[in-house]
Design a protein around this ligand. Structure first.
Ligand code: NI
Length: 261
């Protein structure tokens, strides 16, 4: 059984409301030894902290996703900061970032402001950030540079190999989902090839992005092994090596003290 760290999952999602506890049990039994439960707005961040608080192998990230940037007023941002500061199982600010894919997202300026203010929170608390970047790499890179961000992971990476190389040069981690198992995943596969093993992390982004052979069904962290196996094949290492490297990368990136979980 592979020892795995799913560095990005949304177990707080309503798709798990009916059977969350059973799913968490199933995940733990599948070989997932660490899991980063990621908030996407204030409510889900509160849930994320709660879930991490009652499961010793789960840690949490809190933050407001660009999709909800219009709700990131002073009060909400202060609440995110308090949540991150008061709970030592919060290991990152995320997910935060910019999304120019959907037309129904808040305005670009609103998204950038929300992203920048949460980067400031991460800096104040010495936490890394989990970045959502969809069709927005120019502005994401500019903000990360201007803010001199040192610890970031580009999650659910959807960019090109060239873009991946730039982020790696900036010192960031790149994380891939089940998308790399899809038959038409040429771009993601090329990007994965361009990322050195030491910059690589693995994630399900569940309940979304379900890998083959379960594509079309609800995703959960127990499926992270299918992603690890495919990544190993592409990188030319064994699944055990890939699992161990991405596990250690995650532990280091999120500053998790091993042995405590
Ligand atoms: Ni996500």
């Amino acid at each position: 059984m592979l020892k795995l760290f799913d560095t990005h999952a949304h177990i707080d999602d309503k798709q798990f409301d009916a059977d969350r506890d059973e799913v968490i049990k199933k995940i733990r039994q599948s070989g997932v030894e660490l899991l980063m439960e990621v908030g996407s707005d204030l409510e889900s961040s509160k849930k994320a902290v709660e879930i991490a608080g009652s499961n010793s192998f789960i840690y949490s990230a809190v933050g407001i996703h660009p999709e909800s940037a219009d709700k990131a007023d002073d009060e909400a941002l202060y609440a995110i900061k308090k949540l991150a500061a008061s709970e030592n199982r919060v290991k990152a600010i995320g997910e935060i970032g910019i999304d120019y894919y959907y037309d129904n997202c808040p305005s670009r300026s609103e998204q950038i402001r929300c992203f920048e203010r949460q980067i400031d929170i991460a800096r104040e608390l010495s936490l890394p950030i989990i970045v959502h970047d969809r069709r927005s790499k120019g502005d994401v890179m500019r903000v990360l540079k201007e803010k001199k961000v040192e610890r970031a992971v580009l999650h659910c990476f959807s960019g090109s190999a060239e873009t991946a190389e730039i982020f790696v040069k900036m010192g960031y981690m790149i994380s891939f989902t089940g998308v790399i198992t899809f038959k038409n995943a040429k771009k993601a596969v090329e990007a994965l090839k361009a990322v050195p093993l030491e910059n690589l992390m693995i994630e399900t982004d569940s309940p979304y992005m379900t890998p083959e052979p379960h594509r079309g069904k609800r995703n959960d962290s127990s499926y992270v092994k299918f992603i690890a196996e495919k990544m190993a094949e592409i990188k030319g290492v064994t699944a055990e090596e890939l699992a161990e490297i991405t596990y250690q990368n995650g532990v280091k990136f999120f500053n998790i003290e091993e042995g405590l979980n």
